[in-house]
Design a binder for this molecule. Structure first.
Ligand code: NAD
Ligand code: ZN
Length: 255
């Protein structure tokens, strides 16, 4: 199985990766669904919808600050690092992620499309103000502040720049993702339950255009039925073995 995946990747012309919360699980960031997932302790409609924010911004901000605290202490794991190395080797062309944790960037990938936003970015609910708390160096102060965050330009409420349930995806990122999916001949899907649309259409697009889909997951997902190769296991471990095999494959073809 893994040999077959390595061969497909080594022979790929335009490989893209499509990642979800599972790629960051070994970094200590809880996924949404499944055992230990965030939805075991929170109800989606109470914390991740525009209605929830209007009803109780304090609760929603408490949820996102809790997640910011977990994510800021997390480090990229082997799965992120292997994806960064595949890009450096000139094999992987882009990572399309549903994650908001910034770990692909930290791992060193340059071509990243974030479909669901970025946990460290905040934006005004009224004007165009936007701030990246990592870039401005204000993350720690922001997390300590007890009051609701307000816009420095117009004093309205700030919100996290993430996509909530029921909201459209950022147009530019969505267009980029589907342009890449249309060019790709192989899609490596890592750690997503593939239940959130339209993001989950990315691997379907590659498959519809005659490409291959390789999936890495601890269990079957919505993508498994269309996967040419399904690699069961933890992303960090599977991706590490996959990289070794891809390198071996490329070496053997050189001689
Ligand atoms: P999900 O929680 O629905 O699914 C996670 C998937 O990862 C499951 O299929 C699970 O079997 C798999 N998985 C768990 N541990 C794994 C491991 N160690 N190795 C490989 N696979 C593993 O998450 P999703 O599909 O990304 O979709 C929902 C939404 O979750 C996305 O919109 C995303 O924004 C959000 N989310 C992001 C983060 C993050 O940024 N790290 C964390 C939680 C949720
Ligand atoms: Zn404002």
């Amino acid at each position: 199985m893994i040999e077959e995946a390595a061969k497909i990747i080594a022979h790929s012309r335009f490989l893209i990766a499509f990642t979800g919360a599972g790629v960051s699980a070994e970094s200590g960031i809880p996924t949404f669904r499944g055992r230990g997932g965030l939805w075991e302790n929170y109800r989606i409609e109470e914390v991740a919808t525009p209605e929830a924010f209007r009803r109780d911004p304090n609760l929603v901000w408490a949820f996102y600050k809790m997640r910011m605290k977990i994510m800021k202490d997390a480090k990229p794991n082997n799965a992120h690092l292997v994806l960064a190395e595949l890009e450096k080797m000139g094999i992987l062309r882009a990572v399309i992620t549903q994650n908001i944790d910034n770990l692909h960037k930290e791992a060193g990938n340059q071509h990243i499309v974030e479909l669901h936003g970025d946990i460290y970015r905040v934006k005004c609910t009224r004007c165009d103000y936007m701030e990246d708390l990592l870039e401005s160096g204000k993350l720690e102060d922001f997390l300590k502040e007890k009051n609701l965050p307000k816009c420095p330009e117009c004093a309205s409420l700030l919100r996290p720049d993430v996509v909530w349930f029921g909201e459209p995806l950022p147009q530019e990122a969505l267009q980029k993702a589907f342009k890449l999916a249309e060019r790709a001949d192989v899609c490596l899907v890592v750690g997503t339950s593939a239940q959130v649309f339209p993001a989950a259409y990315v691997p379907y697009t590659v498959k519809d255009n005659g490409g291959s889909v390789i999936e890495v997951n601890t269990k079957e997902s919505g993508i498994t039925p269309i996967a040419d190769v399904f690699l069961r296991g933890k992303a960090g471990e599977v991706m590490q073995s996959l990289l070794v095999k891809v390198k071996r494959y490329l070496e053997s073809e050189k001689c």
